[in-house]
Design a protein around this ligand. Structure first.
Ligand code: ATP
Length: 199
């Protein structure tokens, strides 16, 4: 099986995430994908970080729109300590030895992936798949692809029209009591409101 692996803080998951997930699944003919909310994010610690339970619940609501082909993995929430992608991919390889793994990420992540913990192991275990998050993003992405391939990584850079949404913006609007329509799936908006996640 061709399996997408999409990790993120998902604080909360938004339509920018589901849009690129759907596009990668279609363009790379992925059979399924795992949404993996991070445990303790090594790169960013936010005071307004919702609990792992709430972030996973919102991912599950967003996954419903993919008709069973996307599910949530709590692998990083259950593992004590920091969330390292190399460790996650190792565990997924043990769990799904027959699968070909495709690690999905946005521009910001792709440009730094060679500096992540045990990057060579990441490159060995999964193909890297990236799309832009800025209007001129394809230029640095293509350049980075070349340097990552020289390091042995397999890369797919896709020019997926980016949606200018971020979790930061969603949290700001939620805190001001403004509508989240068009930014997160409707059920995620309801969940945020009902649980008063970002006061
Ligand atoms: P925050 O605003 O809290 O920093 P975020 O919106 O960047 O959050 P993350 O959960 O950190 O969301 O993102 C997970 C992954 O999704 C990262 O690889 C990121 O680059 C990518 N991503 C996030 N938003 C978009 C978007 N609008 N378009 C394309 N990729 C995105």
């Amino acid at each position: 099986m061709r399996t997408g692996v999409y990790g993120g803080t998902f604080n909360p998951i938004h339509l920018g995430h589901t849009h690129i997930l759907g596009e990668f699944m279609r363009r790379l003919s992925l059979d399924r994908a795992l949404l993996i909310p991070t445990g303790v994010p090594p790169h960013k610690r936010a005071p307004d970080l919702a609990s792992g339970e709430d972030r996973a619940a919102m991912c599950a609501l967003a996954a419903e729109t993919f008709g069973g082909r996307v599910r949530v993995s709590s692998i990083e929430l259950e593992r004590p300590g920091k969330s390292y992608t190399a460790l996650t991919l190792g565990a997924l390889t043990d769990q799904y030895p027959e699968d070909e793994l495709f690690l999905l990420m946005g521009e910001d992540m792709f440009l730094t992936v060679d500096r992540w913990f045990h990057a060579a192991e990441i490159f060995r275990r999964a193909a890297l798949c990236a799309s832009p998050r800025s209007p001129e993003g394809m230029v640095p992405l293509q350049k980075k692809k070349q340097s990552l391939e020289a390091l042995g990584a397999r890369c797919f850079v896709e020019d997926i029209p980016f949606w200018d949404v971020s979790s930061t913006r969603v949290r700001e609007l939620a805190a001001r009591g403004e509508s989240l329509e068009g930014l997160v799936p409707p059920k995620v908006a309801d969940y945020i409101r009902e649980h008063q996640l970002y006061p």
